[in-house]
Write a protein that binds this ligand. Structure first.
Ligand SMILES: Nc1ncnc2c1ncn2[C@@H]1O[C@H](COP(=O)(O)OP(=O)(O)OP(=O)(O)O)[C@@H](O)[C@H]1O
Length: 296
């Protein structure tokens, strides 16, 4: 049963996805119909969702904090909620919304509001990334090399206009321009070589595409996907295999399970987490001390 005094803070990234602010307002009304008091607080700049979530946790007035945005917004809200028992809800109004798909958060807002009001939640372990831009949590994945280069160069304007197609266009451009360099990856202390690397908490990538056969969201583990080959031909082959769900069966793709991943060499490789640029290598990835509670 919903608590009649339940307060919900909805942290809205007004720049996420195609800016469907009306949908967020209707969602807040649905939460109210379901018996919860919902306040919408829009972010004003990058990183603001973390400050807003931290403030909502410190005030201890709400039972849930809802991240209304994509994976980047969920990660920023998670950062501000670190160590709290408040439940994190997701309103998937971003571009790819990979974590919401992974956890099967309803994309039907009515069902989502009722599910949040019912108070159900599950434990999810995020990952922690240290890179040249500092330390942050991630909820889905970190990319080093080719896919991070695409995230660094994708046009924000095009993303607003055409959504995920902007990444396809940026990838096609990057195929000709990106210079591959061999990456040395330390996976729980054991060195491996790869042309590109994705470290993932989830099984999905770029929406609904299967990156690894196994999700690690409810465990304190990371999946480490090592792409062995460099160059245009191999990148196209990996892309097609991702679309077909056969990436893990490629002869030169290796998937490991780990608790820590470090990349020191080479320096200055591009890094992304949850679809946002995060500077460059060297990096260290591990699991923080406390999990999140996410409404599902
Ligand atoms: N008010 C704001 N102005 C500019 N940038 C913002 C603002 N609020 C948040 N951001 C930034 O917007 C970026 C993108 O957000 P988010 O990832 O949620 O949306 P998306 O990229 O559309 O979705 P997805 O990650 O699911 O593809 C994040 O890096 C976040 O820091």
């Amino acid at each position: 049963m919903p608590d009649p005094n339940a307060q919900v803070t909805v942290i809205l990234n007004p720049t996420a996805g195609r800016r469907r602010i009306g949908r967020v307002v209707r969602f807040a009304r649905r939460l109210q119909h379901a018996g919860m008091q919902a306040d919408i607080v829009p972010t004003l700049h990058k990183g603001h969702a973390t400050d807003l979530a931290r403030r909502a946790v410190a005030e201890r007035t709400c039972s849930h904090i809802i991240a209304a945005g994509g994976d980047g917004t969920v990660a920023e809200v998670a950062e501000g909620m670190a160590g709290s028992d408040i439940i994190l809800g997701i309103l998937p109004v971003g571009t790819a919304n990979v974590l919401a798909r992974e956890l099967r958060v309803p994309f039907d807002d009515d069902r989502n509001a009722r599910m949040i009001a019912s108070g159900v939640s599950t434990i999810v372990w995020p990952g922690r990334l240290r890179s040249s831009t500092g330390e942050c949590l991630f909820v889905q994945m970190v990319g080093i090399g080719f896919d991070a280069h695409v995230v660094h160069v994708v046009s924000a304007r095009l993303k607003k206009l055409v959504g995920r197609a902007a990444y396809v266009m940026a990838t096609l451009g990057a195929l000709w321009k990106y210079t591959f360099a061999p990456i040395t990856v330390s996976v729980d202390g054991v060195p491996y070589q790869a042309a590109s690397v994705i470290v993932s908490k989830g099984a999905l990538y770029a929406g609904k595409y299967v990156l690894t056969p196994r999700t690690q969201q409810t465990s304190r583990k990371l999946s480490v996907v090592l792409f062995g080959a460099a160059g245009i031909g191999s990148s196209i082959r990996y892309g097609l295999a991702l679309l077909r769900g056969t990436l893990s069966r490629q002869h030169d793709v290796r998937i490991l399970t780990a608790e820590t991943v470090e990349i020191r060499d080479p320096c200055h490789m591009p890094v992304q987490s949850d679809g946002d640029a995060r500077g460059h290598t060297p990096i260290r990835i591990d699991i923080p001390d406390r999990p999140l509670r996410i409404a599902v």
